[in-house]
Design a protein around this ligand. Structure first.
Ligand SMILES: O=C(O)CCC(=O)C(=O)O
Length: 284
């Protein structure tokens, strides 16, 4: 008798500090979100800039993927929001959530309050910041050669309180790891993130002490998203929702001159397709 191999069953996961629903997003919401995604123009950012050059251990490099931020934009060259010390001049006022996300995130905030311990949710916490990551392969415009960059190395999300993540497209293999990057067997939990799934994590272990990473994204469906990203084949999209206190979100024209100068080219790129960023550039 042959043993049939099957994919692991998609299951709801509930742990102290971690919640996962494999099919949280409704079909109609999925359609609406994917339609809205066609209206935005993600950008490629460089990690460093003129006034924030690479430290000795690093070098100037492009991020592995195009991104888009909602709520506020954390430009990579401004070093991202990093409390307790790195809180000023890092989060630039961004566009609002489209109605479908606004509504969905209210539900997610409600779920978070039932799944994450009260003392792990800061006062005033709300998921007012969203990073949209586009995973796939960059395509060399001259040769057509593809380079699969669908992964994220060990890192923490430093925004305070729980984060919530919604995924579309191919499955991603997600791990929580402890300690130094190259330690073997340091994985404390791993799981696949499915199309239309919701993952929430918070608290001392998964949010504060563990790092997390995406090891790989499957490439089985060969069904790529049709989006405004050139020379890139997108097979997974992830929305990560976080909390930044309103007092740490600043309008572009209030950034110090050096930071305005380092991000001006990105603001102009965004302004080409966004009224919000056009207005931000003319405001004095
Ligand atoms: O793509 C994912 O599921 C995780 C993304 C992530 O770790 C991040 O945006 O910080």
């Amino acid at each position: 008798m042959s043993i049939q191999k099957s994919r692991p069953k998609k299951e709801i996961i509930k742990k102290d500090g971690l919640f996962y629903h494999p099919s949280f997003v409704k079909r109609s919401e999925r359609i609406e979100i994917l339609d809205w995604l066609k209206t935005i123009h993600p950008i490629w950012e460089m990690r460093y800039s003129e006034h924030n050059p690479p430290p000795e251990a690093d070098e100037q490099r492009q991020l592995l993927r195009p991104v888009y931020w909602l709520g506020n934009w954390q430009f990579a060259c401004l070093n991202y929001y990093h409390p307790p010390k790195g809180i000023h001049n890092r989060c630039v006022t961004g566009e609002d959530y489209p109605p479908v996300l606004k509504k969905m995130i209210e539900t997610v905030e409600g779920i978070t309050k039932t799944q994450i311990k009260k003392h792990d949710i800061p006062k005033g916490w709300k998921l007012n910041t969203c990073l949209i990551n586009f995973y796939g392969s960059s395509i060399d415009p001259l040769t057509g050669k593809k380079n699969d960059t669908a992964r994220v190395g060990d890192h923490k999300d430093f925004e305070l309180g729980p984060v919530a993540s919604i995924s579309f497209g191919e499955r991603a293999f997600f791990q929580f790891v402890m300690g130094k990057k190259d330690l073997k067997n340091n994985v404390i939990f791993e799981q696949w993130l499915d199309d239309s799934s919701l993952q929430i994590f918070g608290g001392d272990l998964y949010k504060d002490r563990a790092f997390h990473r995406i090891q790989r994204v499957e490439n089985k469906l060969k069904n790529y998203f049709d989006l405004n990203v050139t020379n890139f084949e997108t097979r997974r999209i992830n929305f990560t929702f976080r909390y930044v206190p309103a007092e740490h979100i600043i309008d572009y024209h209030k950034l110090p001159d050096n930071q305005q100068s380092d991000t001006l080219a990105y603001m102009k790129m965004l302004a080409e397709n966004s009224l919000h960023f056009r207005r931000a550039l003319i405001k004095k």
